[in-house]
Structures are given as C-alpha cells and as structure tokens.
Design a protein around this ligand. Sequence first.
Ligand SMILES: C[S@@+](CC[C@H](N)C(=O)[O-])C[C@H]1O[C@@H](n2cnc3c(N)ncnc32)[C@H](O)[C@@H]1O
Length: 444
Amino acid sequence: MSLIPLMLDPKEREVLVVGETDAALRRLAQVRRWSARVRHAQNPTPSELAEAALVFVATEDDDRNAALAAHLRARGVPVHVHDRPDLGTVAMPAVVERGDVLVAISTRGSAPVLARRLKEKIDQLMPARLGSLTRLLDGFRDSVRAVLPGFEPRRRFWESIVDGPAGAAALAGNEAKARELVVAALNGRGARHNAGIVHLIGGGPGDPELLTLKAHRVLQDADVILHDELITPAILQRVRQDATRIDVGKRKGRHAMPQAEVNALMVRLARDGKRVARLKGGDPFVFGRGGEELEHLRAAGIDVQVVPGVTAAAGCAASAGFPLTHRDIASTLTLVTGHGKNGEPAADWRALAATGGTLAIYMGLTHAAVIARSLREAGMSADTPVAIIVNGTRDDERVAAGTLGSLPRLAAGEGGKGPALIVIGDVVRLAPAWSEIERLEAAS
Ligand SMILES: C[S@@+](CC[C@H](N)C(=O)[O-])C[C@H]1O[C@@H](n2cnc3c(N)ncnc32)[C@H](O)[C@@H]1O
C-alpha cells in the first residue's frame, strides 16, 4: 500500500463520523479541534455518505464497517476505518501541533505504537511557543514582501529572523520584543538583529535526563558552548555536535578560566553574532555566578536569557530518596554555601541552627569540620541527621549518612571523589541509607 501525504480542507462539504463506539467519539472530538465541518452520523443516508468530504467508520459491528467502507470506496469517498487500515483509503497520522505548525507521523497504519513514540520525541523537541513564532512571521508577511520584493533577500531575511534574537524572543514568550526586533531589522536598523545572544543555562546535577526541554532545545541551536567542569560527558553528548565547545572550568591544567575572562569571551562571541550557550551545573542562579554574568552581559548591552536547571539539592535529595521539606518534619529549606568569598564559610550559624528545617550545604566538604562545630556551638544537636551526596544523580553517586557529630569524619572519607552536597536535618531520616544506619546501630 502506498500513501500520499496531504492536509485536507473540507471547505463546504462535511466530514462524517459513523459509529457509537468510544473510538468514534474520540475521533469526533479530535477532528472538531481542526474543523467545524464534522458531524456524528449514526445511520447516514446514501446521499449523506456520497457527499461527504471524508468518512470515519468506527461502529461496533465489523461486518457493517467493512460494508460501509466498500460502499464508500466504490463511490470514491475517502474513508478511514478504525483499526482496519486495509479497508480504508486514508490513514490518520499521529500529530504534534504548535499553533499553525502541524507535524504528522504515519507508519501507513501498520505500527501506531511506534508512531506514538516518535510523536513523543518530536513533541519534546518542538518549542512550546512555536505558535507565537508563526504568528509573528505571519503578521509581518505583507510588510516584508513590500520592503524586500526579491525572493532570495526575503528568504535570507526570514532566516535571520527565525534563527536570531527575534525568533528567540518569540520562543521565550516575549512577543512585544520580537516584534520590535523585526521592525528594527526591516527598517535597516539591523545592528542588533545581527547580534548574537547568550543563554545562561542550567544543566542540572549530572543526569542528562534532568536537562529541561528548553535547555535541550537551546543547546541544539547554540554555535558556541562554554561549559563548567561540573558538566558531565553524558550531557555534552546532547548538545549540537558541530558547536564549538570551550571548557572554561579546566583551562591551563586544572585552573578554571578567570571569571573576567569568561565574561569578556561571552561578550566578544555575542558581538560576533554567535548564539552562545553558557552551560552551568545545576541552576545558574544557585551558587553558579549566573547573577554576576547576567549583570555583566546586560551592562554590555548583550541579549541574555536564562534557562533554569535542577539544582543539586533537588537532584541529590530525589536521587538519595528523601524529601527536602515535609509537613511534619521540616517547613523550611535553606541553601547555604560552605565556601565564602574568602574561603571559610561566612554564615549566620545561630540563625541557621534556629530554623529547625533542612540545610543544604553546597561546596561544604572542605570546611565540614568548621560547619559542624559552628552549628553545634549555635545550639544544633549532635544527633541531627546528616547526608553527604557525592556525584548526585550520576552513575557513580555515593550517599553517606550519619549525624552532625560524625560529619567531620564522614566528610574526610568522601573528599576528592566529586561534587558533594551536605544535607542536614530530620528529613534525612526518610532516606533508605538512614534505615541501614539505624540497623547497624541497633546491632552494635
Ligand atoms: C559552584 S556550586 C554550583 C551549584 C549549582 N549551580 C547548582 O545549582 O547545583 C558547586 C557545588 O554544587 C554542588 N553540586 C553540584 N552538582 C552536584 C552533584 N551532582 N552532586 C552533589 N553535589 C553537587 C556541590 O556542593 C558543588 O561543590
């Protein structure tokens, strides 16, 4: 069987759905989303059938379905029979829609499950706001044709809009800015329109499946990717493979590129018209210097957008199997850095000990002894449960659990194995690793 792909506009004719089954009702609801010219007909007359633009057949009776299909085929009326592609003359594709953009997937009716899986994948790849982008392009069609009558210049213009900051603004939901950028480009004030853009992207704690759909899409579009050493090879496999990659976390041996150099590089690349992905571990705005980079880029007049990521606390807790808050156990969650601007942590330990909630301490392993002592001096009990999660969400994740009293010893054992998060609070008791500790304590 060979199929010809096409999209149907029934115009003044009707689409009929024949049958009383659930499949018929689902089909009716589906087709109504696309066209008002659809009618549910339990017992259509021969003339209703002959005049239909298309008939969906889904009655309970297989023989009736076959007879209706034969009748329609003989009269040249396109027909679709539920679950019997061999009887019909049309196949219904799986569909992914974003506004006016419609992607249809067909396996000639032979593998609907495969079509659904493909649909899920395409659905993940298609930006949620593609509809805004098509609206934007449609709205400017006449003006662009008037300003650029030639086909080639017009094509290049549209490419630069779709691939440039105007397209990015539309996909980010900022339609006003997108329109402003198209108008500027049309008026020849195209300096900004040729300029690049920087996305500050959160890559999550390591598991590539924790990348957001948005991060994934932007990483597929980027010309240059500047990434930290926290970004795992598994995540780098998901970025556009011909993009230039710069590891700003490990230049010159083990030393990271100084922040001022990273800032200057991002500005230079964006001014060269590049789409720059600044890919950071976790979330860019949680101890990730995303705030500093944002300020710098804004001050330099560079377009910048932020794509949040799963921060280490969320990823590690999920992976280690305990919640960060709990209605009966912890009503606050405080994210703390264990590495102050000048090294030693500079936190208000008394205030932290007084929350009674959960503390998630980033970059705290080196100073774990100071942290434990300071919290105990501030009144926190030495029995407070503690977990250290190293390489959270990655294949080599390790979870060590103990108490505030044993934190210095635990931390000494976990040092140098990878990024580590310390979580302090009663929620840790809900971790599977905690029941093992209680079992061992009970046995000793
Ligand atoms: C510079 S901070 C960046 C935090 C990141 N922006 C975030 O939102 O997760 C680096 C620290 O985050 C924590 N971290 C990041 N990824 C981690 C992981 N996979 N497992 C455990 N801790 C992690 C560690 O405390 C590490 O020292």
